[in-house]
Design a protein around this ligand. Structure first.
Ligand SMILES: Cc1cc2nc3c(=O)[nH]c(=O)nc-3n(C[C@H](O)[C@H](O)[C@H](O)COP(=O)(O)OP(=O)(O)OC[C@H]3O[C@@H](n4cnc5c(N)ncnc54)[C@H](O)[C@@H]3O)c2cc1C
Length: 406
């Protein structure tokens, strides 16, 4: 059985590796000419790391990522109200990794070249068209920069792992339009700083109108690389800036709003000032779909369920899709039934995450704290109980599927 995968991102490459391991013939077609280490930090939750562990990737990941120790929440005055262990430190069998998204994609890309063979991975091949004919899929690819047809591939199934602007999704949902924007803009960058800067942990500071998130994505004995995200909501802003992972902006666009966020344990303006390039992009997603599978064609990852980057789920859910897709293709000789079953298993849980993230996912605790203690607190117990804090954290873990210590 030959599977055509459109998109050599995190979901597409993981699917390719898992499918190959299961004995399927796989060909991956990636739009960009060269896979460069684009993006900044992402997190891989333990359930997705379990899948990467099956591919033997955990030792390699451990060399380039940080095994996250804890998640901590603070109000805008830098007062801590919640801390929970993560990954190995919370009793999971595998770590939660914080990692540079581009380095992770490159690791998968190199692994895919070694396992699947360079001859089966095509860069500069942008899926443009496809059709189902006589129990086969025929996919047409162009060189995107010149808009020139370059290749046609025939296979038994087509997986649209082609990201938030998916061509495959657009074909089945031509009237969907642009992604949805809430007025929240994110500024992301990395800052090189001293070793053990945040004690291998992720910190969330502020509220849903203005937030700062930071975590290390690389550490050694002499330095650490901190990934950070500054986030501001402007409800009057209805026109999103174009989602371009390389749109650099001047720090002065958002730095003034964070000038007073200087705490004894973290100087946010200094962290921002010491950063290299800052990238701006809008917080966008799309509505959950009623269907992903159409005959021998299905969607995976951001193409199927683009979600707000809240709760560290984008990459993890794409990896879980890849796992479910492979398991169903192994279990079912009838491709179309396998793809329908894959959709049955993955569509509902991922739709719930998309919707939960619109309500701020686990970060809704930030809003609760802001409403109850806008001027900070002296005694946390007067504001919120430990049980309530735990309940919010547990609820989201359940929705995102990592409540069990896998
Ligand atoms: C350049 C880039 C940088 C990113 N940086 C971050 C980040 O810093 N933090 C974060 O949380 N998330 C980031 N993301 C998103 C994150 O990778 C995804 O949310 C998540 O990993 C799900 O992965 P995916 O494989 O479904 O989608 P993606 O990782 O978006 O991968 C989709 C792939 O499909 C390719 N593609 C698109 N159209 C076609 C086509 N027609 N034919 C063939 N190939 C096509 C794209 O070039 C891309 O490689 C980034 C995505 C990209 C593309």
């Amino acid at each position: 059985m030959k599977i055509i995968i459109a998109g050599g991102g995190i979901g597409g490459l993981t699917a390719a590796l898992l499918l190959r391991k299961a004995g399927f013939e796989v060909k991956v077609f990636e739009s960009v000419k060269e896979v460069k280490p684009l993006g900044v930090g992402i997190n891989l939750l333990p359930h997705s790391v379990t899948v990467l562990n099956e591919l033997g990737l955990v030792p390699k990941l451990a060399q380039i990522a940080v095994s996250s120790k804890a998640l901590l929440y603070y109000n805008k005055f830098g007062q801590k109200y919640w801390e929970e262990p993560r990954g190995l430190y919370a009793g999971y069998k595998v770590p939660q990794f914080s990692i540079h998204r581009g380095k992770f994609q490159q690791l998968l890309f190199e692994e895919a070249k070694a396992v699947i063979g360079k001859e089966n991975i095509f860069t500069n091949h942008h899926l443009q068209s496809f059709k189902e004919e006589d129990d086969k899929i025929i996919a047409g690819f162009i060189d995107h920069s010149f808009n020139e047809f370059i290749h046609e591939e025939t296979g038994d199934a087509l997986i649209g792992a082609d990201g938030i602007h998916s061509v495959v999704r657009k074909y089945f949902y031509p009237n969907e339009g642009e992604p949805k924007f809430t007025g929240i803009t994110l500024w992301r960058a990395v800052t090189e700083t001293t070793p053990n800067f945040l004690n291998s942990s992720m910190v969330m500071i502020g509220n849903t109108m203005q937030k700062f998130v930071a975590y290390p994505i690389r550490e050694d004995a002499t330095s650490s690389t901190i990934n950070w995200i500054a986030e501001i909501k402007n409800e009057n802003n209805t026109t999103p800036p174009k989602r371009d992972w390389n749109k650099k902006v001047n720090k002065e666009v958002f730095l003034p709003a964070f000038r007073s966020w200087k705490f004894d344990w973290l100087d946010i303006p200094a962290l921002i000032e010491a950063a290299g390039d800052v990238f701006e992009f809008p917080m966008i997603d799309r509505d959950p779909l009623p269907r992903w599978t159409f005959g021998r064609i299905t969607l995976l990852g951001d193409a199927a369920h683009p979600m707000y980057p809240i709760g560290s789920n984008g990459a993890s859910q794409a990896i879980l899709d890849a796992k479910a897709l492979t398991e169903n293709l192994i279990a079912n000789n009838d491709i179309q039934k396998a793809l329908v079953e894959y959709e049955r298993i993955r569509l509902e849980p991922t739709s719930k995450i998309v919707l939960s993230n619109r309500e701020n996912g686990p970060d809704k605790i930030m809003e609760i704290m802001e409403q109850r203690a806008p001027n900070g607190f002296e005694n946390l117990d007067d504001v919120i109980s430990k049980e309530e804090l735990q309940e919010v954290a547990n609820q989201y873990k359940k929705i995102a599927g990592f409540e069990k210590k896998v």
